[in-house]
Design a protein around this ligand. Structure first.
Ligand code: ASP
Length: 317
């Protein structure tokens, strides 16, 4: 089998420098050769490395588009794809690739590491080997391979900042890919999307600022979907409605998601046209708004896209 590795950067390919870990060319390629020499992998591997390699803190929707475009261009020549990526924004990229690669019929495996391949005791070798192996046999779609787990790319979250087992995802039966008759790229650009949290004694000016200036908002609400019903918050959400920008509510709880309508205290959200993000991760909600804005120029179509389950990113009612 022939595999393509798209190496974007991240800890996995870093070396120690005076300023801390920083990306370095050649690290990943050397590790892949070692895995091949050990006999653990008999497949052909080609590496396309970002130039420059980046810490994933630098990643933007333009980088999601670049990865997706590379997979699209090389699709016929390879049987599976691995994306090596920094862990900090890996969940955003995995969510975005699920949405970008419509109708993908091959495995796309996103991975990274908590300790560089160049450091003793690294988790990178295991993750890389597992990801390459998954790219030869996992079901079609975008997955995250990390610490021995193969996780749904549209559901994944970084849940620990330094443990090796740093990612979690809800287990669902829907595959991490948008169903489509043929493989096609969904385009994505970099729109002004804000992510704001409701807090006790909410500083509503921030939400108002987002409503006045953003093209879309992820609103992180309490528990099952509640928020304080204050005139200022109502005015801010009405302003977003008046400007016809999508506002998607997600929960601040790591599990369970929101269920708008459970509490009267969620009324303000329903009455101001806020979209029920159910149990989507904030990362997926953010990526999905970027895709909605990139593909549709009116709020009705954006709304339809955002309220349709694309790739198992939320649990259907
Ligand atoms: N800061 C790094 C990055 O996201 C962290 C990592 O890769 O684990 O690129």
């Amino acid at each position: 089998m022939a595999l393509l590795v798209i190496h974007t950067g991240g800890t996995i390919g870093m070396v120690q420098t005076d300023q801390g870990f920083a990306p370095s060319a050649g690290v990943l390629e050397t590790a892949i050769q070692a895995i091949q020499s050990s006999g653990d992998l008999s497949d052909e591997v080609e590496v396309h490395a970002f130039d420059p390699l980046i810490d994933s803190a630098q990643a933007s929707p333009n980088d999601w588009a670049k990865i997706a475009q590379t997979i699209h261009e090389c699709y016929e020549h390879f049987d599976g794809f691995v994306v090596t990526h920094g862990t900090d924004t890996l969940a955003y990229t995995a969510a975005a690739l699920c949405l970008a690669l419509r109708g993908v019929q091959k495995p796309v495996i996103v991975t990274g590491a908590m300790l560089p391949l160049t450091v003793e005791g690294t988790d990178g070798t295991r993750n890389l080997r597992d990801a390459l192996c998954a790219a030869t046999k996992a079901p079609s779609g975008v997955w995250v391979q990390f610490a021995g787990n193969l996780l749904h790319g549209g559901r994944v979250r970084k849940s620990h900042s330094h443990a090796f087992d740093a990612f979690e995802a809800e287990v669902v039966s829907t595959p991490p890919a948008v169903a489509a008759d043929a493989f096609a790229l969904a385009r994505v650009g970099d729109h002004r999307v804000g992510m704001v949290s409701i807090t006790p004694g909410t500083c509503t000016e921030l939400i108002r600022f987002a409503a006045d200036t953003c093209a879309g908002i992820v609103l992180r609400c309490y528990g099952s979907g509640t928020a304080p019903d204050t005139p200022a918050l109502r005015a801010a959400l009405h302003r977003a409605q008046e400007r016809q920008i999508p506002v998607v509510a997600v929960s601040q709880c790591a599990e369970g998601g929101i269920r708008l309508g459970t509490y009267a205290a969620g009324g303000i959200l329903r009455e101001t046209g806020v979209i029920d993000g159910r149990d989507m991760t904030p990362e997926m909600a953010y990526a999905k708004i970027q895709f909605a804005l990139s593909q549709f120029d009116n709020i009705d179509s954006q709304h339809d896209y955002l309220t349709t389950c694309q790739c198992g990113e939320y649990t259907a009612a």
